[in-house]
Write a protein that binds this ligand. Structure first.
Ligand code: ATP
Length: 364
């Protein structure tokens, strides 16, 4: 090993997180060992299990420890089912805010045979992560949603120049490495100031990327075009809530939520692998949750860290994972039922590991 080990936290989260995160860890670990990539894995308690065993969904010291790492894998959080006690907080917004993970990079890609609506989709939606309409992260204290009278609720949407410019830059960097095209999705026809500012800042950031062509599409039109002509888009940037909805729509084009990975990045050196889907309590413990989104998010983290830190072994590990994933997805016996498979989650994980072993015999 010619590099310092990457320190990566492993936080299962809730429900299917206890299945798909260990699966992702096992696959990434096998790929790393076969590729000469040193990873110091740091399992950490978080979520309902941490509440039951340690008295808090995010035990004291979690943020401090995460801050010493290079990145972490975060399983889905089922906070809606937490008991209503002060110790049961939703860690999501805190994690994203604390590490300034302002860009949520969510690729959508077709694989053959899975029931994708088109066989040639390959796009990336970059969702602003830390402001917008989400009331739990757009204020320092209190909530961005409040009820002044019994019959009136007010939800506040926050758009800042800095937040918009930062996410635009992150998207432009991705666009520069792909087809040099960026689609800005907004609704400045109605939200003249909020979306207006977002669009202005996208163009402002675009001045630093003269090689990237920027187009604008109004969000409702985009929602329609995404269904009818998704091949038309390559890299897309949008505000938080539009991104939340559109990335689920995009997932629907390629087999559903199990096929929707994500990587939360910022300007700092730390990144968080996090699938788009929730903790899916309805299928937890049944062995049928699709681990793809979490495994692919983990692969994206390793690839990103390798690029940032110039570690060739990380690129090799990422390529090996990619080959394993593609091989398993190509065979119904090593796919979960949600993507027209006949296998279980365990079959899929074994399929990926076996395909990696064929290509790199050292993989365990
Ligand atoms: P959140 O708001 O936290 O994102 P959600 O309300 O969107 O959560 P999910 O937990 O994502 O809900 O589940 C939505 C549906 O998608 C459920 O029927 C669930 O079983 C299914 N689903 C989610 N993730 C997966 C997965 N990895 N594999 C198979 N099905 C999944």
């Amino acid at each position: 090993m010619t590099h310092a080990p990457l320190r990566i936290g492993v936080l299962n989260g809730d429900d299917i997180g206890h299945e798909i995160v260990p699966a992702s860890h096992a696959i990434a670990d096998a790929a790393a060992r076969a590729s000469g990539l040193a990873i110091d894995w740091r399992p950490m308690p978080l979520g309902r299990k941490a509440l039951d065993e340690l008295g808090h969904t995010m035990p004291p010291g979690t943020l401090e420890t995460l801050g010493t790492l290079d990145g972490f894998i975060l399983g889905p959080i089922g906070h809606m089912a937490y008991p209503k006690v002060p110790e049961a907080i939703n860690p999501h917004p805190i994690l994203r805010k604390s590490f300034d993970l302002f860009a949520n990079v969510r690729p959508t890609r077709s694989y053959p045979g899975l029931g994708c609506l088109y066989d040639d989709i390959d796009l990336v939606i970059v969702r602003e992560n830390n402001e917008g309409f989400q009331p739990d992260r757009n204020v320092v204290a209190g909530s961005g949603e409040f009820r002044p009278t019994h019959d009136t609720t007010i939800s506040v949407r926050v758009i800042t120049r800095e937040g918009s410019r930062k996410v635009a830059r992150a998207a432009l960097e991705i666009a520069r490495a792909r087809k040099k095209r960026l689609t800005v999705v907004h609704k400045n026809t109605v939200f003249k100031l909020g979306c207006g500012m977002f669009v202005e800042e996208c163009y402002e950031a675009g001045k630093e990327f003269p090689d990237v062509a920027i187009e604008e599409v109004i969000v409702d039109t985009f929602a329609m075009k995404l269904v009818r002509e998704p091949q038309r888009f390559d890299v897309v940037v949008t505000t938080n809530m539009f991104g939340d909805i559109l990335t689920d729509e995009a997932a629907g084009l390629v087999g559903g939520l199990g096929m929707a990975p994500g990587l939360c990045i910022g300007r700092g050196e730390i990144a968080m692998a996090q699938a788009t889907h929730g903790s899916a309590p309805d299928i937890a413990g049944k062995g049928i949750a699709n681990p793809y989104a979490m495994i692919e998010s983990t692969r994206m983290l390793i690839e990103w860290l390798g690029r940032r830190r110039s570690i060739p072994a990380a690129a090799r590990a990422s390529e090996l994972m990619k080959a394993g994933i593609e091989a398993a997805l190509a065979d119904p016996a090593t796919r979960t039922p949600d993507i027209l498979g006949t296998g279980t989650q365990g079959d899929m994980v074994e399929g990926i590991l076996a395909a990696m072993r064929e290509r790199a015999p050292v993989a365990a």
